[in-house]
Ligand binder design. Structure first.
Ligand code: UGA
Length: 442
């Protein structure tokens, strides 16, 4: 079996996966259609921030073990195992995932193959896609060339991508033959040697495992936010509630932090794609269930906007509001479907003078929402502010000294949209502190 592998797509998933495969000792070639991106990566420049990845990229591009190309033919010649890592974004005109890019990969690569090849999907796809790609591959393969599709879903989190790839909680192999299973066991041999559990299943189940995992995580967060709403209506404290229920090992504490809700390139898109697929399959109760999870999540953004309006005595027009955080979560510069930016943009639309500061994502945020003002420090963002919103829980913000900030703001009011600051410190310093699900603090 060859020690060469191919990766298709040099986005977040493909670049991380390729660098990790190089780290595992493989000779990796990545094919990407965007020539500018290929040039940047060849020069060792990462087009996004991910802790530790720049060092891996530099090391393995320097050694020649990790290379990038725009040529699909070069990729076809390089290896007989290829990982499909292209995007499946939400369609512009609906909730479903757009699988054009995964189909295009098969259409361009398969006719160029000259030996038995395994195409291993890592992209998150609607259930049934892998079976369709298998058929398409059979139809497009040159005479005498066998092409087999397998699915190996990815569970990595942004900000923790390297550890999640090299030391995952589990590996899932969706295969249609024992040969495909052997290939995957070979690729991941050194990961499996560390006692990582592996689940071997069919293509359909492997696709569903991925969307099921993300839907469950999304449900946990929305459940915590539903409890926050109940606490607001009754005077209870949601952080005490989630702490108490989380001690039950069947529930656990993780992914139970109430606040602004989930965003990013995966959870919101994946839950909507699953809703769309559930609708197509006619399982309407599943669709209704997922719709509630999505709707509670989106409601959290509106709630923070409403809270901000209340704090500004009913009208934000002309009020200076400092927004701390723009990325969808800390340790990333990713602003896709960012709850923080969505709140900032809504307040701007209501006429507030919004000043945003994020330790890493100001540039990406400014590309998406150029009309907002971006500050280069917390101090600059909060100077003269009538209200401060803490919307992405970077460590830098937890370390802020509320006493020092008091001298800079116009009015000492803060909404902690992530329930991540210490209310006592802020209140003792003379701030009005509010957070979702914690009415007794108001
Ligand atoms: C998510 C999954 O966690 C990964 O397992 C999966 O591989 C990935 O999607 C994917 O499909 O590629 P990621 O998008 O990096 O990873 O982000 P998460 O860490 O899951 O956070 C998602 C959102 O939930 C963030 O906006 C975060 O602030 C929010 N969140 C998280 C909460 O609001 N409360 C919590 O308790 C936890």
């Amino acid at each position: 079996m060859s020690e060469s592998v191919g990766v298709i797509g040099a986005g977040y998933l493909g670049t991380t996966h390729a660098a990790c495969l190089a780290e595992l000792g493989f000779d990796v070639l990545v094919a990407e259609t965007d020539a500018a991106r290929v040039a940047a990566l060849r020069a060792g420049r990462l087009p996004f921030f991910e802790p530790g990845l720049a060092a891996l990229l530099e090391r393995h591009t320097a050694s020649g073990q990790l290379r990038f190309t725009t040529s699909v033919q070069e990729l076809a010649d390089h290896a007989d195992v290829h990982f499909i890592c292209v995007g499946t974004p939400q369609r512009r005109n609906g909730l479903a995932a757009d699988t054009t890019q995964v189909r295009t990969v098969v259409e361009s690569l398969v006719p160029r193959l000259s030996r038995t090849t395994f195409l291993i999907g890592k992209s998150t796809v609607p259930v049934g896609t892998a079976a369709e790609l298998s058929e398409l591959s059979r139809a497009l393969a040159p005479p005498g060339v066998l092409v087999e599709v397998a699915w190996n879903p990815e569970f990595m989190r942004e900000g923790h991508a390297i550890v999640d790839t090299l030391a995952p909680d589990r590996l899932v192999f969706g295969v249609a033959s024992t040969e495909a299973e052997k290939v995957l066991r070979h690729v991941y041999a050194s990961v499996l040697a560390r006692d990582v559990p592996v689940v071997v299943t069919d293509l359909t189940t492997s696709e569903l495992v991925k969307v099921g995992a993300n839907a469950f995580l999304a449900t946990k967060i929305s459940f915590a936010n539903a409890m926050a709403e109940l606490c607001e209506a009754t005077g209870g404290d949601v952080l005490t509630l989630t702490e108490a229920i989380g001690h039950d090992v069947r529930i656990g504490h993780r992914f139970l932090t109430p606040g602004l809700g989930f965003g990013g390139g995966c959870l919101p898109k994946d839950i909507r794609a699953l809703m769309a697929r559930a609708g197509e399959l006619g399982v309407s109760e599943v669709l209704t269930f997922l719709r509630q999870v999505d709707s509670i999540n989106m409601r959290q953004r509106r709630k923070i906007v409403e809270m901000a309006v209340e704090e500004c005595r009913g009208d934000v027009l002309g009020r200076r509001i400092a927004v701390l955080g723009a990325s969808f979560k800390p340790e990333t510069d990713d602003v896709r479907d960012s709850p923080a930016l969505s709140v900032a943009a809504q307040l701007h639309l209501h006429g507030a003078l919004v000043s945003v500061y994020d330790p890493r994502s100001n540039t990406n945020a400014a590309r998406l929402y150029p009309a907002l003002h971006y500050a280069d420090s917390v101090a600059s963002a909060v100077t003269g502010a009538h209200l401060v919103l803490h919307l992405t829980e970077w460590a830098e913000f937890s370390r802020l000294d509320p006493v020092e900030l008091l001298a800079l703001v116009d009015e000492p009011r803060i909404i902690d949209g992530r329930n991540a600051l210490d209310p006592r410190r802020w209140r003792d310093a003379g701030w009005s502190y509010r957070a979702p699900g914690r009415p007794h603090l108001n």
